[in-house]
Unconditional design. Structure first.
Length: 202
């Protein structure tokens, strides 16, 4: 199996700042054929960890608002920005999920705004013009994107639900594939393919 670098949320509990990840992510990525390497939210450790791990892909997970929009974990923003830039430099796949996609949008200068009606276990969207069904757990979103990103999925209210880089293997989705029980076959197939270097085709 190949390693995939996986970001973690910051949780404030019992006067501690803790790195945390839903255990369903490890199960999901294992099903995709990858070993998750959990990256601590300490920017100075990112380069040494990635250099010595041989990571072949990156996943930016959900949770925590971006610091630019009131979030309280700037160290996570810095860590994930380094992960994204590592993927860009090494030309390896980087998948952003929910907050991860927000970070990708923010990195390319796309402003976010508060959105309503996007916290639900089932939401109908349009994926490349075709109807699709996803879950949704976010309060920040965008109604467009900027070059070099393209939109490839939108909600009925125009909120962007997925973006991808025009030339590099950088994609973002605003749903959580790891939260479906059981995992959906199309998510496993498409994300496994993407992390192995093939663009998602939903």
């Amino acid at each position: 199996m190949k390693f995939v670098a996986v970001s973690q949320r910051v949780v404030l509990e019992k006067n501690e700042r803790r790195d945390a990840l839903d255990i369903r992510w490890s199960a999901f990525l294992e099903r995709c054929g990858f070993l998750p390497l959990l990256i601590p939210n300490r920017p100075s450790l990112v380069a040494p960890l990635l250099k010595n791990s041989g990571c072949r892909a990156v996943v930016l997970t959900g949770g925590n608002d971006l610091a630019a929009y009131g979030g309280d974990s700037p160290e996570r923003d810095a860590t994930e920005t380094l992960l994204l830039e590592f993927a860009l430099k090494r030309r390896i796949p980087c998948l952003g999920v929910c907050r991860g996609m927000q970070l990708i949008q923010h990195y390319y200068g796309v402003p976010l705004t508060r959105v309503k009606g996007h916290v639900t276990s089932r939401q109908r969207i349009r994926i490349k013009g075709r109807p699709g069904l996803v879950n949704s757990y976010h309060c920040w979103g965008a109604f467009g994107t900027k070059e070099p990103l393209d939109v490839w999925a939108v909600a009925d209210d125009g909120v962007v639900k997925a973006v991808r880089h025009r030339r590099k293997l950088i994609e973002g989705i605003m749903w959580h594939p790891e939260r479906f029980d059981p995992f959906r076959k199309q998510d496993l197939r498409n994300i496994a393919g993407f992390l192995n270097g093939t663009r998602s085709e939903l």
